[in-house]
Design a protein around this ligand. Structure first.
Ligand SMILES: Cc1ncc(COP(=O)(O)O)c(C=O)c1O
Length: 400
């Protein structure tokens, strides 16, 4: 007998580790910016697998590239040269300010590699400097070192003792960073926009001032663009919008639109890894890199970041109008297609549930903020369809 959605949920509660809460639907199919659950109900997807499926679901070009690659070669390891990996590496280097690439399979792994690279650089070039300054509310992954780098205590507490050598300062506060830098500091690690921390957009002058501080103090700037990169913010990389260049950048999430792939990129002057320093069995495997090459290539050739920047104006206009009219909306913040609707009360989980009920997937990035991060190729009609549902739900809450 076929299992029902209830059966699947019961199975999950019996056999799956309890690492997080799920939303009720059992999702079985997706196309573009729409997904369907087991009962055939359709949802507009403003979540995109946590800001990942940049080309939407079941994109025909990506599906074809994957099928073709799967029939040709999936994995041979980094012990051999492989063509899609080198094509993708060249594409990233040619279209960024960075000089060298190494691939892995997730954002946390990319940040682990960045931390290792910065520490090795500090050891070699800055008299053993090893400390990394990161930001409160920053998020860099769930490995032991990346939870340590992240700025949220509840992710860390159960797992002590944590690796030493990390300090934290408030985000968007250059003076705090200045005070925290010592001769032991090898790097500052932060997101151009804090994603998981609530879509926190810093003041315009923040990133240039951080860059200047790094130059003055001989400290590397690591930008975690796992969430903001590859078109999400209306430029291929968010650092472009700030008019600065990082020394190290990490990517994952949208880079392969759902196929696990991460990357660390660095400038030549700090590319201090030598054979034996780092590695990954799956990292940069042929299948994932073929997907990444398709996605990054499409971002560039189809000028998707420019389209995203246009969408941003529309989204901002609509959120602004909601803020004007609805008391539950206290603000909005974001760039490109990464937005948070700030709420005047901590009702985000209930709003997410109501949206789901009406056929829109969003998430509560904080108790008082709902995040919108749809596919980057979402159509204007679908964008409005989702925003209409969100507006209807927020109106209901405001009236009530
Ligand atoms: C900015 C940032 N860095 C790192 C990560 C971790 O990425 P992953 O979950 O692929 O390890 C995330 C995930 O949300 C993120 O938003």
């Amino acid at each position: 007998m076929e299992k029902s959605a209830t059966d699947w949920r019961e199975l999950e509660s019996r056999v799956f580790m309890r690492t997080g809460k799920r939303q009720p639907p059992v999702l079985v199919r997706g196309e573009g910016s729409r997904v369907w659950d087991e009962d055939g109900k359709a949802y507009v997807d403003f979540f995109a697998g946590i800001a990942v499926t940049s080309l939407g679901h079941s994109d025909p070009g990506l599906a074809k590239a994957l099928a073709d690659q799967a029939e040709t070669l999936i994995q041979v390891s980094n012990v051999f040269y492989t063509v899609p990996q080198l094509q993708l590496a060249e594409l990233l280097v040619d279209n960024s300010c960075l000089d060298r690439v190494y691939f892995c399979s997730s954002g946390a792994e990319a940040n682990e590699a960045a931390i290792k690279l910065a520490r090795k650089w500090g050891g070699l070039k800055k008299d053993g400097a090893f400390e990394i300054i990161a930001t409160l509310d920053g998020f860099h992954g769930r490995t032991l070192t990346t939870i340590t780098a992240s700025g949220t205590d509840k992710y860390k507490q159960p797992f002590a003792p944590l690796p030493p050598g990390f300090a934290h300062v408030p985000y968007n506060d250059v003076d705090a960073l200045k005070q925290a830098v010592t001769e032991k500091t090898c790097a500052i690690l932060l997101e151009p926009i804090q994603g998981e921390g609530g879509v926190n957009v810093p003041d315009d002058g923040y990133l240039p001032a951080v860059r200047q501080l790094c130059d003055d103090e001989n400290v590397l700037l690591i930008l975690d663009e796992v969430q903001t990169g590859v078109g999400r913010c209306g430029a291929l990389f968010a650092y472009e919008l700030a008019g600065i260049e990082p020394d190290i950048m990490t990517l994952a999430k949208g880079i392969a639109s759902g196929v696990p792939l991460g990357a660390i990129l660095s400038k030549e002057h700090c590319s201090v890894f030598e054979p034996g320093d780092h590695g990954s069995t799956y990292g940069g495997n042929v299948l994932a890199c073929r997907a990444g090459y398709e996605v990054v290539g499409r971002m560039i050739n189809e000028r998707i970041p420019e389209k995203v920047a246009q969408d941003a104006k529309h989204v901002e206009q609509r959120l602004h109008s909601m803020e004007d009219r609805l008391d539950i909306v206290s603000g909005h913040r974001g760039k490109g297609l990464l937005w948070a609707v700030a709420l005047s009360r901590e009702e985000a989980p209930a709003i997410v549930a109501s949206c789901l009920e009406r056929g829109l997937i969003v998430n509560n990035v904080r108790p008082d903020a709902v995040r919108l991060c749809p596919a980057l190729n979402i159509s204007r009609e679908e964008l409005d369809e989702g925003l209409d549902i969100l507006e209807a739900v927020l109106s209901e809450v405001s009236d009530g």
